[in-house]
Design a protein around this ligand. Sequence first.
Ligand SMILES: [Zn+2]
Length: 457
Amino acid sequence: MPVLVETATPYGLTAHRVRVYVTANPVGRPPARSGDVVRTALREAGYPTAFAFFVEVSGGHTRQDVASLDLAIALGALAAHAPGIVSPHALARVLVLGCLTRDGAIAHIPGLLAMTLALRTQGVTTVILPRTADWMRPLLDGVTVVFAASLRDAITQLMTEPRLPDPTPPASPRAAPVAPAPLDPALDLALRVAAAGGHHLLLAAPPGTDLRPLADHVGAHQPPLSRDDILAISARHEIAAACHAPVRTRPTLALPHGIDRWALLGTPRRPGHLLLPHLGVLLLDDLRGYAPDVRSLLRASVTQGRLDIPDAPGSLDGVTIPLTTIVLAPLSSCPCGYDGHPGPRCRCTAAAIATYRRDLPRDLLSLFDLVVEVPRTTTGPAPPTRPGPRPLTPRRVAPLFRVTPSARERLALLTDIATRDGILRIAASVADVADRDWILDVDVEWALRHLRLDRVG
Ligand SMILES: [Zn+2]
C-alpha cells in the first residue's frame, strides 16, 4: 500500500499541487531516481535506510524539479517502511514545502509565501515550511503552518502535536503614514500629482541627482497599503529578491542598464525582477541605456498592467501576473545634462543637442505623462520622516470630477482627443491633490505646462 505525501511546485504566483506516492520494498519496481539525497538525508537524521522504495508522482506541472520532491519522498519512504516513526495518517493531514538537503535540513525555495497563500485558497489547511520562513507567520492567518528546521524536526512536530498550533494572530499590517521630506514646492506638487493619478513622470534633473528620495516621496503620498497589498508585495519580493521579512511600505525598484529581458521577466517557475515595483515605483536610469528588447518589455508590461511570462520561448502557455507601478526616469535636454540648470555651463552644440534628442528612445518616452524640473537644491539627503498631516485617501478617477465652464472652454481648444483626455486626467489629479471636486482653469493650465508632449513629443 503506497503512502501519499502531498507537496507543490511554484508556478507564477500560484502553486501546482503534486501527489507523491511511495511504496517501501516494492516487488518488480525500479528504485527511485532521487533515492541518493533521500537516503543520505535519512541516514544523517538517524533513521533507517536499509530498504528499497518506489516513487510515483501525479499532478503538478510538466518538467518537475525532482529535487523539490525529495522532502515528500523522504517522509513517504519512512512512513511506508517504519510507520511507527512517522505515521501515514499524520502525513495525510499536511502538505510539505521546502528542499531537503543531504544533511537532513529543510532549506528554503523561492515562492514559499506565494505558494502557501495560493494553497490556502485551494482549501489546504496545514502546511510544513522550512524554519527559515518563520517570518511569514503574521501573513499566514487561516492556514496552520509547521515551521521545521530539519526532517527530524518536522517528524517530531507531526508526531507529538496531534493538534498543530495555530499561527500567532497577525500583527497590524498598516504602518503609520509618513510625510515625505520637504521639497521644492513645484516638484512636490508634481510628485503628489503623479502619486494621486498613477502618472509616469520624467524628471529634468541636473547630472548626478539622486532620484531615489523622489521615488520614496511618491510612495509616501500614495494611500496606505491594505493587508492584501502587503501580501501581494511580500510574495513578489520573496520570489524575486529573496527577502526575509514582510514588505509593509511601497517598494522602489531602481533598474540598472545591464539587466536583460530574461532577468526582468524570469520564468513561470521563477518570475524575475519586474515583480518588485508592484504597487510602488519603478525608477529607470538614462532611457538611452536600456536594450531595445528591455524597453519593449517595460513598455508593454507597464501599459498593460501585467507581466506575461511564457512557459518557454515561443510557447503560448505561461502565466500572467498583475503589475501596477508608477515609472520615474531622468531626462536631460542636452548631452552634458546642464542645459537649463545651474552649475557648469552647457557647451553642447546645437547639432549635438539635435542628435541627442533624435536618439531618445521614443517607444519608452511615450510611456510618460508628465515632465517636471528638479532643482539642484533637492539633491541632499532626506531628513527623517514624520507622521503625515492628513490621512491619504484612495485615488479618484477623472469622471468623478466636475469641470468649471472656463476650464471646459480651455479644454475645448485642444483638438486632439487623446491629448485632451490626457490633460483632463492630469488636471483631475491636480484637483485631487488640492482636495477639490472641481477641475479649475489653473489645473488645466498646470497639466498643459507639464504634459510630456510639450517638451519632448
Ligand atoms: Zn549640454
